[in-house]
Design a protein around this ligand. Structure first.
Ligand SMILES: Cc1ncc(COP(=O)(O)O)c(C=O)c1O
Length: 390
């Protein structure tokens, strides 16, 4: 009936959210659905964080706050970066937004002109290309393979550069692959970033979910020069099971941060006041809390990988981080959407088709759920492949 604005024409709905809602609706109808779709931890938000919400509510902390975030949260974010990565920022370098998704969206809106190229490795998080389309820019996906550990190399990055290449998004640990970029990988990418004056957005939302004794590294911590060209994005959704509370943040160049504040002034205004107080409480939690969660997830990653490998035609990538098993399904003969549709319809197991992440030959299983569900759900998948894969 209405003519939709041109800038929405290339934008697709989020496949992750679509499939997760379908699985939830089937469950509500009483079907025994096991969902490996969710990108959110299954554990409860920590008690200390919830108690802070109650205190804030009772104190009437329900009014507008400064658009870029309350000073105590911006300061807490500075402390976090210094403690975790030795990165020194002041509150002028930090802006609080409504989730890390919003932080990345804002950065692209503020930095990307029509036709500017925004680069990222493929498979990629579903929202990167769509955010670039929304800014009128050109997304450039750089293919990486499972055999190469899904690692973006300097050679691959160089091979796609043009005079319009402006921003490189890095996501380590990665959604959907579970791969990481180690310090040596980042160092070789850094040379290209500096030589070609690229701006780097480092999406580190899964930083605490890292396995196999590996260590999270931020490209911003490699040198002062790199820090100046990098915006580090993070948030409380994944680390503290606060997905619905919508708090994300970024740190970087103060001038860009100020512009993001102006963008928020005229769009969302401040992130929810109570959520910001909860985020301050979350950032104060002891390191032991995160270590405990990490350990549980590492155990689940082994369990899920071991089981998925038994499904006929499935070749899982061994997750190094995040909470996903990304699995090559080429040998099954199915494309990713048909496979996921059939798994949901026939054995009530929800997984996300790789097509929405840039690879139709993969399926993503989230292990942010209990061990019982992993065992039962993947057994159903194994049974299904025995009947349906030649
Ligand atoms: C790679 C990546 N970045 C950013 C986000 C955004 O997280 P939030 O907006 O909940 O902070 C997600 C969530 O799924 C993600 O997987």
């Amino acid at each position: 009936m209405f003519k939709i604005a041109q800038r929405m024409s290339d934008v697709s709905p989020s496949a992750t959210l679509k499939l997760t809602s379908k699985a939830k609706a089937m469950k509500a109808k009483g079907l025994p659905v096991i969902s490996f779709g969710a990108g959110e931890p299954d554990f409860d938000t920590p008690a200390a964080v919830k108690e802070e919400a109650v205190r804030a509510l009772q104190a009437g902390f329900t009014k507008y706050t400064p658009t870029s975030g309350i000073p105590e949260l911006r300061e807490a974010v500075c402390r976090k970066f210094e403690e975790d990565q030795g990165l020194k920022y002041t509150p002028e370098n930090v802006v609080i937004s409504c989730g890390a998704k919003h932080s990345i969206y804002n950065l692209i809106q503020v930095l990307c002109d029509p036709q500017d190229e925004v680069l990222f490795s493929s498979p990629y998080w579903v929202s990167y290309p769509e955010m670039v389309y929304l800014a009128g820019g050109k997304p450039v996906a750089i293919e990486t393979t499972q055999k190469e550990g899904f690692r973006l190399t300097a050679e691959k990055l160089k091979s796609v550069l043009t005079p319009r290449s402006k921003i490189l998004i890095l996501n380590s640990p990665s959604n959907p692959t579970g791969g990481i970029l180690e310090e040596k990988d980042l160092a070789s990418l850094a040379e290209v970033i500096l030589k070609h004056n690229l701006i780097c957005i480092s999406d580190e939302i899964y930083e605490y979910y890292i396995y196999k004794g590996l260590k999270h590294s931020s490209i911003a911590a490699l040198s002062d020069e790199l820090k100046k060209r990098t915006f580090v994005v993070n948030g409380t959704s994944k680390s503290y099971s606060m997905t619905g509370l919508r708090v994300g943040y970024l740190a970087g160049d103060a001038e860009v941060v100020k512009k993001i504040g102006i963008l928020q002034d005229h769009s969302t205004s401040n992130p929810v006041s109570i959520s910001q107080r909860m985020a301050v409480a979350a950032l104060k939690l002891p390191k032991s809390y995160r270590a405990q969660v990490r350990e549980i997830f590492e155990k689940r990653s082994h369990l899920m990988q071991g089981l998925v490998a038994k499904a006929k035609g499935f070749v899982p990538f061994e997750a190094q981080g995040a909470f996903y098993v990304f699995c090559d399904i080429a040998r099954t003969g199915f494309d990713s959407e048909s496979l996921c549709d059939r798994l949901l319809e026939e054995v009530n197991v929800a997984a996300i088709p790789g097509k929405s992440f840039g690879s139709d030959k993969h399926v993503r299983f989230s292990f942010a759920c209990g061990e019982k569900d992993i065992e039962e759900g993947i057994q159903r998948v194994i049974g299904w492949t025995q009947k349906n894969v030649k």
